[in-house]
Design a protein around this ligand. Structure first.
Ligand code: MN3
Length: 200
């Protein structure tokens, strides 16, 4: 069965008041994410080894293989965006539930330190990529970054709780070239920490 673009869990205009406008979500979800899904389905169609495999299986089996780089890029981006839409909320955006805040304090030295580290990862990712809050395989939270379509599932770093898209298509209409402002706003007003806490 072909992969499908999941619907946004809110309207295209739902995050406008928080700093992500309707046009950004229309282009990002309906065009960019759809393009990854369409390309991935094209690769699966032509490759017997990929048929019937789950998205996670395709991400894992194509990771690190130069001849499968186009498959990995599109499968990774499909996986990343599926998480990204759930990682944002028009209602609970920015509010950190107690259990998650406690773990952030224990593992990362507090909410301010977490946000600093996340922002540094997001801004320090040269070119396109993602910043992540990951529940590591050692049971501790950590902040990481990946280039292009890669993710913590592929790198084996742990379970991704939050992923922030730092490709320019994610912020250029709202923040122009100011990636640091986009990330700060995303952490303070948009990020769905309730979802992240529920994944722990
Ligand atoms: Mn994107």
């Amino acid at each position: 069965m072909a992969f499908e673009l999941p619907p946004l869990p809110y309207s295209h205009a739902a995050l406008a008041a928080q700093g992500m406008c309707q046009e950004t979500l229309e282009l990002h979800h309906d065009k960019h994410h759809q393009a990854y899904v369409t390309a991935l389905n094209g690769f699966v169609e032509k490759n017997e080894a990929l048929k019937g495999k789950s998205l996670e299986e395709i991400v894992m089996l194509s990771h690190g293989k130069p001849d499968m780089a186009p498959v990995f890029n599109n499968a990774g981006q499909h996986w990343n965006h599926n998480l990204f839409w759930q990682n944002m909320s028009p209602t609970s955006g920015g509010k950190i539930p107690g259990a998650l805040e406690k773990k952030i304090t224990a593992d990362l030295g507090g909410v301010d330190k977490f946000k600093e580290a996340f922002k540094a990862a997001a801004v320090g990712q040269f070119g396109s990529g993602w910043a992540w809050l990951v529940l590591g395989t050692d049971g501790k939270l950590k902040v990481t970054k990946t280039p292009n379509g890669s993710n913590p599932l592929a790198t084996g770093e742990g379970k991704a709780l939050l992923g922030c898209d730092v490709w320019e298509h994610s912020y250029y209409l709202d923040f122009r070239n100011r990636r640091p402002d986009y990330v700060q706003n995303w952490l303070d007003k948009i990020a769905n920490y309730e979802f992240a806490a529920a994944q722990m």
